[in-house]
Write a protein that binds this ligand. Structure first.
Ligand SMILES: Cc1cc2nc3c(=O)[nH]c(=O)nc-3n(C[C@H](O)[C@H](O)[C@H](O)COP(=O)(O)OP(=O)(O)OC[C@H]3O[C@@H](n4cnc5c(N)ncnc54)[C@H](O)[C@@H]3O)c2cc1C
Length: 558
């Protein structure tokens, strides 16, 4: 923890030096002793300390200063540090004014100049005040802080980015300023320009990024987005379970491997609040845990991870495969493995674009759960992902309403989840129901729900709507390079053979390997592969197995 500060202020340079010297001698090992030669200069220091989250233990202030008196300074500084102890330094003749100040600015003590010897006239008083201060002191949060508005999509994006990349942060909601003194003090320390550019991300070293995009934050939290090399043995696109497994196996078997992930390693699994059916974890584990372990494993084997970074195009030149990155750069490789999974299908109803990220979320379970405390939450969907989300939200929300288009869950959801939902009293399942419209100005305010059975549409107030309505692959960046089906899934191996014939353009005198696409040396694994089983374990299995085909491929081309 940063040392708490003691700030002394005096316009007389000699007195200022003397106070600072005496304070440092006695308190320098436990406190950071700072000085200022005027009230305005001291206010600047106090504001900077506030933004850095450095605690201030004591303000030792001369009363008679030109421009701004000690009491005037304290009146402005106290809202930022209400718990700091305040002491006035006064000349003998000012004692009446000092006593008045005790009442006006809640000054804890006044000290007369000169204070020699400090052992008798200064330290005993300050020791006492600092003991008091320490007794009530709660160390501040030391990590990254995000100050923003609850309903702002930009704030949601940064929170989600940090959470999914396992970067601890503290969320400070500007709207909570009236009831949360910490937020109030921080907001008071911002200038007008900063207030217009929220969210503000504040790093422990005091650096602040107003309205940053995830890429800017990534650089500061040690995530890398630029490749170290131009050429790799294996490029893995997508950092879900399938991509992570391929990267771990590839690097552990000696391939120079880079994994490129658009959002955060973990993929869909990273959004899962509890994966109950993954072998070896009898009481389940959260997707975030699984992702964190896999990332640590990948790094240990030397996988280079670029995230957030998107692959936007691919091309083939002789034995080399190239991928273009979102920032315009390009890297090449011997073997390319596509593990880009699937993305949530958007709910296409009137009003939804306006409030997406401001009450309407696609799978953003973990990040927003705490904000839903004691609220009603609506979950759209009837498959496992919706069921898991409903159970997770039920711990925070007053009531979770699942809106399911079909008339039962048994066709789409695992039995263990159905049983858990039945046993959770604050989850209500509405069958034959679909959302037809959403509305809200700044954020979601209401949803209209159509009931197929009654033919009626009801509009109900709603602040939170989470959508889990199936997913599709986004493989347009591979158009014209590898074969895809009409929905964008990528066929591999035997699936490419038609009437015993190899795919068009295939030049080798062997059939495509099991997980190989229509282009030799380009592989597809996990949810993006046509016909794949959409499960964590199968993604991991395919990612691992694909590496053995990569080796077989490389043994012929390199
Ligand atoms: C909420 C939820 C709960 C689930 N619960 C379970 C469960 O309990 N048990 C179970 O077995 N399965 C569960 N699943 C399914 C499981 O998570 C998926 O089957 C699995 O994650 C698929 O892995 P994948 O690596 O193929 O793809 P994904 O997990 O979809 O990962 C693909 C990754 O590729 C990235 N990407 C996409 N395009 C690009 C690009 N152009 N450039 C760079 N990166 C890109 C994406 O950002 C993503 O991170 C759940 C899914 C969800 C959503």
């Amino acid at each position: 923890m940063a040392k708490p500060a003691i700030l002394t202020i005096d316009d007389d340079p000699e007195v200022l030096r003397a106070v600072e010297r005496d304070l440092r001698r006695k308190y320098g090992s436990d406190y950071r002793v700072l000085r200022a030669d005027s009230g305005p200069a001291a206010l600047d220091i106090v504001r900077q300390l506030k933004v850095r989250n450095t605690p201030v233990a004591l303000l030792l202030v001369d009363q008679r200063m030109p421009g701004m008196s000690g009491v005037e300074f304290l009146q402005q500084a106290i809202p930022l540090y209400p718990e700091a102890k305040r002491t006035l330094l006064t000349a003998y003749a000012d004692t009446d004014a000092a006593i008045r100040a005790i009442n006006e600015a809640n000054v804890d003590h006044y000290l007369l100049k000169p204070w020699d010897p400090p052992e008798e006239n200064l330290y005993p008083v300050l020791d006492d005040l600092l003991d008091d201060w320490r007794a009530d002191f709660h160390p501040p949060f030391e990590g990254i802080r995000v100050l923003g508005l609850r309903w702002s999509p930009a704030s949601h994006q940064i929170k989600d980015f940090l959470a999914r990349n396992h970067v601890p942060y503290q969320w400070l909601d500007v709207e909570a300023a009236e009831r949360d003194p910490e937020v109030k003090q921080l907001v008071a320390s911002l200038d007008e320009e900063e207030k217009k550019h929220l969210p503000l991300v504040i790093f422990p070293d005091g650096v602040r990024l107003p309205e940053p995009n995830p890429g800017e934050v990534a650089g500061r939290v040690g995530l890398s987005t630029r490749p170290a090399e131009e050429f790799y043995d294996l490029v893995v696109v997508g950092g879900g379970p399938a991509g992570l497994a391929a990267a771990v196996y590839g690097a552990s078997e000696g391939l120079k491997t880079v994994m490129i992930e658009r959002e955060a390693p973990g993929g869909q699994a990273g959004m899962s609040s509890r994966i109950e059916n993954y072998l070896g974890f009898p009481s389940g584990l959260s997707g975030a845990d699984l992702a964190r372990r896999a990332v640590a494993q990948a790094r240990r084997f030397g996988v280079e991870i670029l995230s957030p970074q998107e692959v936007t195009a691919a091309r083939v030149e002789g034995p080399y495969r190239f991928v273009r990155l979102g920032d315009g750069g390009e890297i090449s490789c011997h073997a390319l493995l596509v593990a880009t999974g699937v993305q949530w299908r958007k709910l296409d109803v009137p009003g939804i674009d306006k409030v997406t990220g401001a009450g309407v979320y696609y799978g953003a379970t973990m990040t927003e759960a705490i904000s839903c405390r004691d609220e009603d939450v609506y979950v759209v969907g009837g498959a496992n992902s919706a069921g898991q989300a409903a159970i997770y939200f039920s711990r925070y929300a007053r009531r979770v309403v699942m809106l399911v288009r079909g008339d039962s869950l048994s066709m789409s959801m695992s039995q263990y989840l159905i049983a858990q939902i039945k046993q959770t009293p604050n989850i209500q399942v509405e069958f034959n129901s679909s959302v037809t419209e959403v509305s809200g100005e700044e954020h979601l305010e209401s949803i209209s729900v159509y009931c197929i059975e009654s033919g009626e549409t009801n509009t109900v107030p709603a602040n939170y709507l989470f959508i889990f309505i199936g997913a599709t692959p986004q493989t347009d960046w591979l158009a014209g390079v590898v074969e895809r089906d009409e929905r964008g899934f990528i066929p591999t191996g035997p699936d490419l053979m038609r009437g015993g014939k190899r795919p068009r353009g295939w030049m080798l005198d062997r059939d495509p390997y099991l997980l190989e696409t229509s282009v030799p040396g380009i592989f597809a694994v996990g949810d993006v592969r046509r016909g794949s089983v959409k499960r964590v374990a199968s993604g991991v299995g395919e990612g691992s197995v694909a590496v053995s085909f990569v080796h077989q491929y490389l043994s012929k081309v390199v």
